[in-house]
Structure formats: structure tokens, C-alpha cells
Design a protein around this ligand. Structure first.
Ligand code: NAD
Ligand code: UGA
Length: 454
């Protein structure tokens, strides 16, 4: 069958997989191929057990796979046969050398740029889908144009704003699609080609175009603003606990101002996920690079508060439980960094579990989707750790339950039953404010929520 366009995505991860599945679903006239260097990942994408859990993703992949969506390890062939190439490889925080712990590690991204150059024999539109430091497109262009090859490359920035757990809806009905390009005749032509792809299902007024640097920077700033809201309400939760104000009531009152808005004001144990911390660190590093230390300090505060909130949670447990956790069994309800995903990258639960083990507590972990990842995250942790599927079994005989992830199921459990099977005095620390504290108190628990009076 002849397709109107041939689209390639390099990197079959949390972004590449769902994003391309959506394009394939909404545009049956295009052929979409996803390639990855990891053969196991590609095998999983081609199996009945996809490598990531995301509500609605299975159905989307089933409807499109082998129709106009293909997963492959043949990166070179992919580059040769496609003229529109999304790059969606990982861009983690650098762990070595200059900028370690702050800057983005661009080695995977640069390797891809060089591969595209090597195997291209026809003009390509290369699209940055990964989150990258502002001005990366300049480096991409320099690599792609570094030889005498007479192939034309146009580089676009098209950052992804999906959130895990709601990725399919975010892709189907995005608040906006952002496309940045050079403002030259060729740049605008390439930009229009990408606008045309999204316009198959996204209303034109939601497709924002910008200069390429604004586009790259907007992605970092969006994540910084979102994380800043979480740190802001979390900082206030500490003050609420000292003053008998209730953080949920404060968030409601503050968020009712339409200039502020009500979303992203849920006080919690802290934000996790693969991107908030890494992208803010990247922003902070860029600011310092440009000599903007005051700006860097401002944004670094968002991360400091997030760390403070996680440690504060552990300290609250310690204080409430008579200043010793040694030998106590503590059950963590949830390990994923948020509900509706199996992803545990940068999950606050990792920090809490490690700190509890340091205090010589015995840790029991339960989660409906993230236990495999939890096992990997804690593989080298010292101490007694158990992984249990059933939450009632997990909590049996425990001195405390700590809610780490806001899975709906934890709000629906029988807390009277959990209390009966608990060591007494029994404690609940609700790191997500999803429980009814009054009910839990009435069945017998000592209840500690975030930003509320115990
Ligand atoms: P991921 O680790 O899940 O996937 C990246 C994939 O790229 C991996 O499967 C890896 O094997 C592959 N890869 C690395 N180098 C490669 C190469 N040279 N050739 C082929 N494949 C290669 O990462 P992710 O979560 O999908 O994130 C990708 C990018 O998107 C990051 O920059 C991230 O910041 C950004 N982003 C992520 C999210 C999210 O929700 N996870 C949302 C928006 C943006
Ligand atoms: C976030 C952004 O929301 C996406 O727009 C962006 O594309 C993505 O990062 C990315 O670049 O990777 P994600 O990390 O998947 O998406 O999930 P969020 O819903 O943003 O939650 C992040 C963390 O903040 C979670 O740990 C969540 O529990 C926490 N959070 C969120 C709160 O503690 N309180 C809130 O009110 C909201």
C-alpha cells in the first residue's frame, strides 16, 4: 500500500510510543515507524504486553499495529525510508564530568543526529520531540550540515506536553501543540508540513507556532511552572501543619481565583517523575551558564522545597511513632510517582523507602502496576523489604501505612479491616490526602495528612 507520508520516530519510550500511536490512529493515510536501539523494548511493543502501562494505549496500538504503525530495530533503514523524523530519545540529567547532576546528558541525542546524517540520502525534516536545552537545534543543525553531503535537513522543535497516566487523552485533545522553526522560507515550509500532520485531529487554533528557541525554552518553562505550583502548595502545607489551617481549604480558596486556577494545587509528598526535576535542573544550569545566578537560585528553590517535603514526611513519621522506626513494619501503599502509571522514575516513594530502611524499619511495598519497577529501584537497598500484590496482605501486622501514590483503589479499601489487622497503636500517613481522615480516625488509626491538623 502507498502511504501519503512516511514518518519515523527514533526512541520507543513513554513519549515515542504513545505519540506515534496517536498519529498512526488519527492519520491512517500515513505510515509511522518507531525504532529503538533496545531490541527488548521493540519486542515488547510488538507483543501483547507493551513495555509501558498507560490507560487506552493497548487499544490504540492494537488498532494500528501492522496496519500503519510499525516497530523495528532497524534504525538505518528507518532513516533511509522516511523523510519526517521525530527524535524522542531520553535526555537524562548528566551524571559525570562538567555539569554532573545538573545539565542534560545529550549523548543519546547526539548519537541519533550523527546516525541521521550518515544514513540520509534524501531531504529530511528532523523534529526534536525530546526535551532539550534551549539552542540545541543549533547544535543539531551544525552536526547535520557538518559534511559536504548535499542532503537538505530542516530542524524543528515540537516538544511534548503529555502527562503519564493521561497520555492518550492529552494526545487526542491537547491544550496546545507547539511547533518551533527557523523563520526562513525553508524553515516555514517544514513547519507547515508538521502543522498539516497535527491538523488531522487538532483544531488549528490550538497549534501554536513560534521561533525555534522560544519553542525549546517553553517546554522547560512549562514543566518549571507546573512543578513550582506543587512546591508552592507543599511549602504552604508545612505552614498549615503549624497553624491549624487546612491546606485543601487554602488551595480551594486560592485556586478559585480564576487568575490562579485550581489545578495542580494538590499538596503531596512531593513531585516525582522523570522530567520535573531533570528539566528544572537543566533550566538552572542554563541560567548559571548565562551568568543569571539570581534566576537560577529562584528556580532551584522549587527543587529544594520538593526535597524538603519528602524529608519532612519521614520526619513526621518518626516523631509520631515515638522517635524510632527500628524493627517496625511500615507498608507503603503505592510506589509509582503518580496514579495510573507503572512508572517509578524519581518517585518520592523511592526516597521514603530508602529513608525508612536507614531507620531500620521493615518496608512492605504494594502497588497495582509498579511492583516490577519498585524491585529494580530498590535492588541494592540494604534492609528488609517485601513486595506484596494485595494491599490487605501487605498491610497485615504493620505498625503504619503510608500512602505514596493516589491510586483510586486506596481510597476504596476497608479501613476498619486494615485497622483490625494492624499492630497497635496503628498509624496512617496520607502522603496524597486521598483518605477521609475522620473515618480513618474513627476506626482507630492515628491519622496524619499533608497540611492538616493530626
Ligand atoms: P524513555 O527512556 O522512556 O525512552 C527513550 C527511548 O530512546 C528508549 O527506549 C531508548 O532505548 C531509546 N534510545 C536512546 N538512544 C537511542 C538511539 N541512539 N537510537 C534509538 N533509540 C534510542 O524516555 P521518555 O520518557 O520517552 O522521554 C523521551 C524524551 O521526552 C525526554 O527528553 C523527556 O524529557 C521527554 N518527555 C517525556 C515525557 C514523559 O512523560 N515521560 C513527557 C514529555 C517529554
Ligand atoms: C509532567 C507534565 O504535567 C507534562 O505536561 C510534561 O509533558 C511531562 O511532565 C514531562 O515533560 O515529562 P508527568 O510528570 O507525567 O507530566 O505527571 P504530572 O501529572 O505532571 O505529575 C508530576 C508529579 O507531580 C507527580 O508526582 C504528581 O503526583 C505530582 N503532583 C501533581 C502533585 O504532587 N500535586 C499536584 O497537584 C499535581
Amino acid at each position: 500500500m502507498k502511504f501519503e507520508k512516511n514518518i519515523l520516530c527514533i526512541g520507543a519510550g513513554y513519549v515515542g510510543g504513545p505519540t506515534m500511536a496517536m498519529i498512526a490512529h488519527e492519520c491512517p493515510q500515513y505510515k509511522v515507524t518507531i525504532v529503538d536501539i533496545n531490541p527488548d523494548r521493540i519486542a515488547q511493543w510488538n507483543s501483547d504486553s507493551l513495555p509501558i502501562y498507560e490507560p487506552g494505549l493497548d487499544e490504540l496500538v492494537k488498532a494500528t499495529r501492522d496496519r500503519n504503525l510499525f516497530f523495528s530495530t532497524d534504525i538505518e533503514q528507518g532513516i533511509r525510508e522516511n523523510d519526517i523524523i521525530f527524535v524522542s530519545v531520553n535526555t537524562p540529567t548528566k551524571t559525570f564530568g562538567t555539569g554532573a547532576g545538573m545539565a542534560a546528558d545529550l549523548q543519546y541525542w547526539e548519537k541519533t543526529a550523527r546516525q541521521i546524517l550518515e544514513h540520509s540520502t534524501s531531504p529530511k525534516i528532523v523534529i526534536e520531540k525530546s526535551t532539550l536545552p534551549v539552542r540545541t537545534a543549533h547544535a543539531m543543525e551544525r552536526i547535520l550540515n557538518s559534511t559536504q553531503k548535499s542532503v537538505r535537513f530542516d530542524v524543528l522543535s515540537n516538544p511534548e506536553f503529555l502527562a503519564e497516566g493521561t497520555a492518550i487523552n492529552d494526545l487526542k485533545n491537547p491544550d496546545r501543540v507547539l511547533i518551533g522553526s527557523r523563520e526562513t522560507e525553508e524553515g516555514l515550509k517544514a513547519r507547515n508540513a508538521l502543522v498539516e500532520i497535527y491538523a488531522n485531529w487538532v483544531p488549528r487554533k490550538k497549534i501554536i507556532t513560534a521561533n525555534i528557541w522560544s519553542s525549546e525554552l517553553s517546554k522547560l518553562v512549562s514543566n518549571a511552572f507546573l512543578a513550582q505550583r506543587v512546591s508552592s502548595i507543599n511549602a504552604i502545607s508545612a505552614l498549615c501543619e503549624k497553624t491549624e489551617a487546612d491546606v485543601s481549604e487554602v488551595a480551594k480558596a486560592v485556586g478559585s481565583d480564576s487568575r490562579i486556577g485550581s489545578r495542580f494545587l494538590n499538596a503531596s509528598i512531593g513531585f516525582g517523575g522523570s522530567c520535573f526535576k531533570k528539566d528544572i535542573l537543566n533550566l538552572v544550569y542554563l541560567c548559571r551558564h548565562y551568568g543569571l545566578d539570581d534566576v537560577a537560585d529562584y528556580w532551584e528553590g522549587v527543587i529544594k522545597i520538593n526535597f524538603y517535603q519528602q524529608e519532612r514526611f519521614v520526619q513526621n513519621m518518626l516523631t509520631a511513632m515515638f522517635n524510632t522506626l527500628a524493627g517496625k513494619r511500615i507498608c507503603l501503599f503505592g510506589f509509582a510517582f503518580k496514579a495510573n502509571t507503572g512508572d517509578t522514575r524519581e518517585s518520592p516513594a523511592i526516597y521514603v523507602a530508602r529513608r525508612l530502611l536507614e531507620e531500620q524499619a521493615e518496608v512492605v511495598i504494594t502497588d497495582p502496576k509498579a511492583l516490577d519497577n519498585a524491585r529494580i529501584d530498590l535492588a541494592n537497598a540494604q534492609g528488609k523489604i517485601h513486595f506484596v500484590d494485595d494491599p490487605y496482605e501487605a498491610a497485615k501486622g504493620c505498625h503504619a501505612i503510608a500512602i505514596m501514590t493516589e491510586w483510586a483503589l486506596y481510597g476504596e479499601l476497608d479501613y476498619a479491616r486494615l485497622y483490625r489487622d494492624a499492630e497497635k497503636p496503628a498509624f496512617i500517613f496520607d502522603g496524597r490526602n486521598i483518605l477521609d481522615p475522620q473515618h480513618c480516625f474513627e476506626v482507630g488509626f492515628n491519622v496524619f495528612s499533608i497540611g492538616k491538623r493530626p
